[in-house]
Design a binder for this molecule. Structure first.
Ligand SMILES: Cc1ncc(COP(=O)(O)O)c(C=O)c1O
Length: 369
């Protein structure tokens, strides 16, 4: 009996030596060159403003994004929170945003609980846009200021994670920017995956965010740095953001160690995004062929795929997750009948083939087709 137990453990261990981590693009491990850069990074106290590697990253990011200044922050959530709070500094301010955007769903309602900012949530379309006439209609009439909150800011998200990583075009972004300007509002873009959007659309990233007053850009998602985000905007915006970062506990001393890894990510990994998107497309097309699964191939524009279980199928998301996990493939459930996979630079073409064949087996076992 004990022999069989050990035999079983050895077999299972062998099965899971391969690891294909598709839970998110936040799961990447720092590469050797990142670790080397971190080990030799020149650092100083960033709260005092002297960390040379942080200053280098911030200067570089401001340049890439076409804005006056930049600030390293510990996370995308803090980046968005700071940006909204800077734009909405007057009590009673209101922000217009999409109902399925990350700020609205996944950031603990921080803009209201911490910032006291009122949110006006407008329906996000399947492609991540919000209808421009709905945005315009949601802007409060200043003549009602005795009762109404004051519309101050519009937030967009590009790429839009909850829509499966779909991209907002530069034309759309410009039009929202025009509406914002016309009404004296600011425009913030949650650009956690803005490099993915820029590559997928074939539009330079500074052009893509030209209409925005501020952008938060995650370093630790598609481009694979271990930690951090950067917010960009005018010098005045960043000066205010710096004070708020300190208020929120985001002043972090020798951050050059983290910024060094981010500089490597910028140099080495932005260029890999196109290949990540191609692999995502390959995986999506393959999954689409599997009976029992449903994908909207048109919705796969960057590195995220939503996989629905077809009604009437005998398999479930739980069963698929378990089957794949036993084979070293990790993924997440988005809804009871929907799975989400996210690709990144540490997923190879052979990982994609392996994942496809394991998916095929997982579904076949249940449905027998
Ligand atoms: C679109 C989007 N914005 C913001 C964030 C927040 O980033 P962080 O996890 O670094 O707080 C995420 C995280 O997944 C995201 O997907």
């Amino acid at each position: 009996m004990i022999f069989f137990y050990f035999w079983f453990v050895v077999v299972v261990e062998k099965m899971v030596t391969r690891r294909v981590d598709l839970r998110s693009d936040t799961v990447t491990k720092p590469t050797e060159s990142m670790r080397a850069a971190m080990a030799s990074a020149e650092v100083d106290d960033d709260v005092l403003g002297y960390d040379p590697t942080a200053l280098l990253l911030e200067t570089e990011m401001a340049k890439i994004m076409g804005k006056e200044a930049a600030l390293f922050v510990p996370s995308g959530t803090m980046g968005n929170l700071i940006a909204v709070l800077v734009h909405c500094e007057v009590r009673g301010s209101e922000v217009i945003l999409g109902d399925t955007c990350h700020i609205n769903i996944f950031e603990n309602g921080g803009i209201s609980t911490i910032g006291g900012v009122h949110s006006r949530q407008i329906k996000n379309n399947d492609d991540g846009t919000i209808d421009i006439d709905l945005i315009e209609a949601a802007i409060r009439d200043p003549r009602g200021e005795l009762m109404f909150p004051t519309t101050t800011l519009i937030c967009l998200e590009n790429s839009h994670a909850n829509s499966g990583g779909r991209c907002l075009s530069v034309e759309y972004t410009d039009r929202v920017g025009e509406v914002a300007k016309k009404h004296g509002l600011k425009l913030h873009i949650d650009g956690a995956r803005i490099f993915n959007a820029s590559v997928a659309l074939g539009v330079p990233v500074d052009r893509l965010v030209e209409a925005a007053d501020s952008v938060s850009v995650c370093l630790s998602k598609g481009i694979g740095a271990p930690v951090g985000s950067v917010i960009v905007g005018s010098k005045n915006f960043i000066a205010k953001a710096k004070r708020l970062r300190k208020t929120l506990g985001g002043g972090m001393r020798q951050i050059g160690i983290l910024c060094a890894a981010a500089l490597v990510a910028l140099k080495e990994n932005v260029g890999k995004l196109e290949s990540d998107h191609k692999k995502t497309r390959l995986l999506a097309d393959g999954l689409h062929e599997i009976k029992g699964l449903k994908i909207n191939p048109g919705s796969v524009e960057t590195n995220i795929i939503f996989i629905d279980i077809v009604d009437g199928s005998r398999t479930t998301t739980e069963k698929i997750i378990k089957y794949l996990e036993e084979r070293g493939i990790l993924l997440m459930r988005d809804k009871p009948s929907r799975l989400r996979v996210v690709l990144h630079h540490q997923i190879s073409a052979s990982d994609v083939q392996y994942t496809l064949s394991c998916f095929q087996q997982a579904v076949q076992i249940e449905n027998g087709n």
